[in-house]
Design a protein around this ligand. Structure first.
Ligand code: NAD
Ligand code: ZN
Length: 306
């Protein structure tokens, strides 16, 4: 296939998280080798986060590294996975366990691709967008409260602004801490609870963004319980997420099950779970210093058993 004078070799991969594995990665290498692709051959990832993560890892390792461009087509990939340089495949024993830090030369996000995105996938992307407002960008949080309906309606100008601002936020965090030794952990706001929900419900039942939305509400309630933010801040968080058509109540898995699931989260260091908490709506911080009773209390609140 020729495009603008350049030869283009399409490699079509099977769809879905269950294919983000070694076999699919090898199909990329098979195609590159059988077409005699060289170290100067750029790889272009066109698709959602699954395609971006596999292609990025293929680019990082083919001939010890070839140039790579991301063209993300889901909202989640546009605001999160395409930016920051984390690439990976899954191993049967763990998600994203085999991978590399490898930056794309460019990320091209075309809002037109979002027209065909299923509504649940759109909302899942909005969860990560709202996350940036909550953790470090209070002005953007207020903008989101005023414009969430425009985003739900997929207005291109509103989407473009939200995508750009999200990428700026992510890029700033990553530039300060590419390999997640400190500040990058803020991007995991709501994710410790969210990963427990995803695993506890069975992978694929809740979309990642849906679990993160309910997880962010839990993180906000936890922050309130510890006296950091007000009940009004918690309401503000859950109302915005609800308006983005996201779940705000975590499933009632039971306190012990939650603690067990969170104990297996990769952000665990030296036995104590780290949490990202809110100091206010628009400012988060990482800590492993908290009252364990407060954690148990928010995990057993009646709302969770509704
Ligand atoms: N590298 C990172 O920093 C990072 C960050 C967050 C998530 N991720 C990874 O990203 C993946 C999730 O990404 P995702 O949510 O994009 O999932 P996905 O890639 O599975 O895409 C979701 C679904 O939407 C379809 N799709 C893609 N674009 C479409 C479009 N324009 N119109 C209609 N349908 C379309 C896909 O075929 C798929 O069925 C996970 O594997 C996760 O681990 C990586
Ligand atoms: Zn996420």
């Amino acid at each position: 296939m020729k495009a603008a004078g350049a030869e283009c070799i399409p490699i079509v991969l099977p769809d879905g998280e269950s294919y983000k594995n070694w076999e699919t990665l090898n199909r990329v290498f098979d195609a590159l080798l059988s077409n005699r692709c060289e170290r100067s051959t750029p790889l272009i990832a066109l698709g959602g986060g699954v395609i971006g993560d596999i292609t990025g890892f293929a680019a990082a390792s083919y001939q010890r590294g070839v140039p790579f461009i991301q063209i993300p087509t889901t909202l989640l990939a546009q605001v999160d996975s395409a930016v920051g340089g984390k690439t990976a495949i899954n191993h049967p024993l763990g998600k994203n366990m085999i991978g590399a830090f490898y930056q794309p030369r460019a990320v091209i996000a075309d809002m037109d691709t979002l027209h065909t995105l299923p509504a649940r996938e759109l909302a899942a992307g909005l969860a990560e967008i709202i996350k940036y407002g909550l953790i470090r960008d209070p002005e953007f949080l207020t903008w989101l409260e005023h414009n969430i309906d425009r985003l739900n309606a997929r207005e291109p100008e509103a989407l473009a602004y939200a995508v750009e601002r999200s990428c700026q936020n992510k890029a700033e965090v990553v530039a300060n801490d590419e390999r997640e030794t400190g500040g990058r952990a803020l991007l995991n706001f709501g994710h410790t609870f969210g990963h427990a929900i995803e695993a506890g419900m069975g992978y694929g039942q809740w979309l990642h963004g849906e679990a993160v939305a309910a997880g962010m509400v839990l993180a906000a309630r936890f922050s309130e319980k510890l006296g950091l933010i007000s009940a009004q801040d918690v309401r503000r968080t859950s109302e915005l997420l609800a308006r983005a058509k996201l779940p705000t109540e975590a499933p009632g898995l039971g306190v012990e099950r939650y603690l067990d699931l969170m104990g297996h989260d990769k952000k665990v260091e030296a036995g104590r779970i780290k949490f990202i908490l809110l100091r206010k709506a628009g400012e988060a911080f990482v800590t492993d210093q908290y009252d364990a009773a407060a954690l148990r209390a928010i995990l057993s609140e009646p709302a969770m058993h509704a």
